[in-house]
Design a protein around this ligand. Structure first.
Ligand code: SF4
Length: 62
């Protein structure tokens, strides 16, 4: 599974970072950004939760 945050859609709510800080973090523009494109298998369920929980559907599974 790979993830990518659409910077135009992210509203900086922080949900993905609180659900899965191993994969998502803040960038210099105060938006969430993936720390890695390929999500390790052990973190997939958390990453999926972040994808589903994002209020603006900014996180794409690619
Ligand atoms: S959950 Fe979505 S809107 Fe909120 S910080 Fe993460 S990517 Fe941005």
């Amino acid at each position: 599974m790979k993830v990518k945050v659409d910077q135009d859609l992210c509203i900086s709510c922080g949900l993905c970072i609180s659900i899965c800080p191993e994969v998502f973090d803040w960038n210099d523009n105060n938006k969430a950004q993936e720390k890695m494109e390929e999500v390790p298998s052990g973190l997939e369920s958390q990453a999926k939760e972040a994808v589903e929980g994002c209020p603006t559907e900014a996180i794409k599974e690619v």
